[in-house]
Design a protein around this ligand. Sequence first.
Ligand code: GDP
Ligand code: MG
Length: 734
Amino acid sequence: MKDDLIALAGNPNAGKTSLFNAITGARQHVANYPGVTVERKEGFYSHNGFDLHIVDLPGTYSLTAYSPEELVARDVLTTDRPRVVINIVDASNLDRNLYLTLQLFELGIPVIIALNMIDVAKGRGLEIDAGQLSQKLNVPVIPTVARSGFGKEQLLEVASRIVREGAGSATPPQIPYGPDIDPVLQEMEAKISSAGLLSDLYPARWTALKFLESDEEVVSRGRVAAPELSAELEKMVSKVSEHLRKTLDTYPEGIIADYRYGFISALLKSGVMKQTHAADRLYLSDRIDSVLTHRIAGPVIMGLILYGLYYFAFTGSDAPVKWLQSGFAALGGFIQSHLGPGLLRSLLVNGVIGGVGGILGFVPIIVFIFLGIAFLEDSGYLARAAFMLDRVFRVFGLHGSSFMAYVVGGGIAGGCGVPGVMATRTLRSSNERLATILTIGFMNCGAKLPVYALLIGAFFAKDKAQMMMLLTVISWAVAFLAAKFLRTTILRGPNTPFLLELPPYRLPTLRGLLIHTWERAWLYIRKAGTVLLAVSILFWALMNFPRLPASKQAAYAAQKRAVAAQMRTQAQGGSGQLGARSAKSSALAAIDGAEARAALRYSLAGRMGMGLEHITYLCGFDWRTNVALVGGVAAKELVVSILSTAYSMGQTGRGKDAPLGAVLAADPAWNPLVAFTLILFTMLYVPCVVSVVCLAKEAGSWKWALFSVLFNTTVAFLLAVLVYQGGRFLGIGL
Ligand code: GDP
Ligand code: MG
């Protein structure tokens, strides 16, 4: 036990960090809890010459053992045994916040309730009687506004008094769990308490409840400490479980949760909370929701919004994309005419400008999509979408909270897998979480957008927004099916319930939108200037070395000399000067082109690409595409830049400065079917290196990272072959 420890506990967003900062100011220290990516924040405060040591627990809705946050919070509460817990509740969401409070009561540590956000509650027309709440729960309740520090002094006063003197005889009420659970609970509690099972950690009633909830951590600890007693307890639990399943088709866990909510609801209705007037904004939100989340109209509107977003992004960005691309082409042309031929020129024109310029050219589309997503997020619409899709997610073994992870990961094209994977931390069940993590890679992250934009622009220019819709649907469908597959094979397990509040709609501020858009766009641009630049140059080198053997180079040089000589004699013969000169230059250009292509084939990258052709011919990819796909493992934008480098090297004469899209559209080896297959493969194959590393960290093992690499690539390849062969068979897109 640490003698002066105070813990801050509460739901995410209840205002813990604000309160913590208000109390400790700069006297704080942040570290990670060992082995998990959960922050441990500690701080100090002197109150009337008395030193308080405060720890900010991770935000949780519950104290089950589902998520790392919950485990950490529980662990600190039971092993460090703080003198008092300050439980911060969001007064504007009392019913949900008190759920955690009841569990804190059961842990037997003195609790003080900080009734936070009373300003927000007032704004929503809620009037909360803190005195009555305190009386009914038999714990101190202090109204606070953490953001402004209001109530902080009183809170610390009470807290330091309890640290000094203890909570006295004040004990919070015991929650009844109904006729099925209560008798068993009492019996179990008695057995646990007389045997002293885990009594150094938990009160007996808590241990009994955790056995009833089949809490893995507590049950396995019990088994180690007292195998016989634990077996007996588990037998009692399975008996009552069986009974509940037969009579009510539910589990003890479900009943326990129901009774807790029932207790809270009765408490609030008993006069603790009054709705004085419906806040206007809330009322308006309800009205809007009756349309936007309507059973039938809701999903239709959702589809239209998505379509509108893509339409807006593609049409709005059309002109700037063209300016940027012609800007980069002009820059390339400038260098071309001011630098002599040679490696440096090739590096700058093909490697740097072709590579990074090819990607940066698509920045406007990305900016527009980010702007749209920021709008949907800030306005509160995305929470509605999650709410509507929850049932769909369930069908595929996922969870309503998977929605945000998917969207962040590129569910609305343009996200990024790394924050997407991090966003799964809100998922409580590890199997649901893993299934989400492993399928986020199928979403259309921002890195895939340049590839889509290039190929859609070149082959499906008439239906840009429709194609993006189609790709969105495909990626979600693949992710759902893959999740279902995982959840019925290696990640089997029950679904956990979904609690989601619908925040009122807000009109986003322009400033907020611009900041959000800029943050994301800047990350993207910075990546293009650093990682992508480096890998582009690496691949340029792979495409240039080893160089053609001297004998081959000499042979091409001889051919060129021969053409030149032949032209000279013809010109002396007196035929039209102009015609002869252009015939000569195009003949020379053809030889140059042949030489460049031979050189590319001869290079390391070329050989690698040709080696892969033995498999990839099944999906219509030639060796240049293969090289691009290999590079795309580092980052998928590179598919575009490497293709661009590969094609600009092989190009000569007219069309030299043409954008890559036009080059591909004119190339006989390419057609809409190949383009579509490549889009599909790019969408689905191995996630980029950075997200694989992140995945390994979040999933807790490299095994899962390896799995995802193999799994995604297999899915991508099978689907690509199916689409390409199917398309050829049916004669579509040739
Ligand atoms: P945590 O997740 O519990 O750490 O919550 P934070 O301290 O990060 O607070 C979440 C948000 O609520 C922040 O934007 C705070 O500024 C805001 N906030 C916190 N306390 C109050 C409050 O009492 N009133 C209002 N209006 N906002 C608050
Ligand atoms: Mg916080």
